[in-house]
Design a protein around this ligand. Sequence first.
Ligand code: SF4
Ligand code: SF4
Length: 385
Amino acid sequence: MPCTEDHPEDIAADIMAEARRALEICNACQYCNGYCAVFRTLKARRQVGTADLLFLANLCHNCRSCYHACQYAPPHAFGVNLPKSLSLVRQRSYRDHAWPPLLRRRLRYTGRAVVIATLLAVEVLTLAAILAVPAGTLLGRHSGPGAFYRVVPWEVMAGVAGIVMLWSLLAIALSVAAFWRGMGPAPAGVSLPAALRDTVLDVLTLRNLGGGGAGCYGREGGREGGLSQTRRRFHHALFYSVALCFASTAVATLYDHLFGWQAPYPVLSLPVLLGSLGGGGIMAGTAGLALLKRRADPVPVAASVTGGDRAFLLVLFLAAASGLALLALRGTAAMGPLLLTHLGIVLGVFATLPYGKFLHAPFRVAALLRAAMERNAGSRTRPPA
Ligand code: SF4
Ligand code: SF4
């Protein structure tokens, strides 16, 4: 049966078959073994089953090094394009392990869906505020402790955000659990602390984004096909900046609940300093990654993946930018509209987290842990030299 949009299951079968074919060629070739965890893990397999495909696809960081090194890449008759094949399997893996399962067949994670969901969250929040809050309060100047809560009461802010975040966390946790089972049984007789230590190091250093040492492949400074660490640095900026924003929220929550100090806080307070650093870092990281995507050779990545990726970067950028704008203008009449815009974007981001690009983070951590467990199991069963 031809592969058409009307038969998505055929598309899934084609995607899996093509990725399996490419990986089997790689397993015979082994030229790229030094590049990343994908090849090191692949080497231990004689055949590549569906569970292996899910595992290997989520180990890939799409650094493109293997594509540019490949003697079997197009126009060779073998047409091996491993980064593209694995990116399509990854995208399917987000959909096929989404929670609740009812959503799986209907889920279409596109850039448009992410932007529409985020705009919808902003509009619903704004409409609710227009209906519930007097115009004078909404567009008035507020200052001092509790100023934000005069526009959006604390109970409403915490209640709505809490429900969306709890849903999001539950959906992500259950998706990751389904993905973990989807990778097949974990190896037995493993030292879990050692595997966890390796995984944490992998995550904190993003060492697989080093593409075998020289970095990711891209077009930089007008140079075609340069290898550099720039993508890794922008990923680092994004990762640690998101962590700073979470730290800021946690400190603010402690201030509020332990000491009764209500937001907004002074510019030189810990929550504001952490949040400002985090917001600036998110803007730099997302803008840098978006720029690299724009410049990159489009061949080693599937077009259907790129739209969702760009939209995710855009909404993260807007969440950070609106937060910093709120900080800068909180003493003016723009505070109310900016607060609603920022909260709406953040809610939109959280609502869409379990259904697309963000899943690459927890799925990759799970795949890295599985790879570390395999290495650990291998080193325990290997006879001494
Ligand atoms: S990507 Fe190409 S060169 Fe690298 S291992 Fe696979 S077939 Fe060999
Ligand atoms: S694109 Fe990079 S991370 Fe992905 S398989 Fe190739 S070398 Fe490994």
